[in-house]
Design a protein around this ligand. Structure first.
Ligand SMILES: [Zn+2]
Length: 78
């Protein structure tokens, strides 16, 4: 797990309510691939970054910003 991000697994609806609103729903294609650390990232409106590693991308659905409390939901094609 990378040091700059917190990843959330297996959240229930109650957990989501406690965490606050999801800021955006994005598809993987909308995120930027970083060759350096083999991760996908997306800029947050606060100037921070959502980041998730290639290894975790399959299991992660919620990604938190590294500098604020906003969360995005990663959508997977079914
Ligand atoms: Zn942010």
């Amino acid at each position: 797990m990378c040091q700059n991000c917190v990843l959330f697994y297996d959240f229930t609806e109650d957990d989501l309510r406690n965490m606050g609103p999801v800021d955006a729903q994005v598809y993987l294609e909308e995120m930027s691939w970083n060759e350096d650390d083999h991760s996908f990232s997306l800029s947050c409106r606060c100037g921070g970054k959502y980041s998730v590693s290639k290894d975790e991308i399959e299991e992660v659905t919620l990604i938190s910003c590294d500098t604020c409390s906003l969360i995005i939901e990663l959508l997977h094609y079914s």
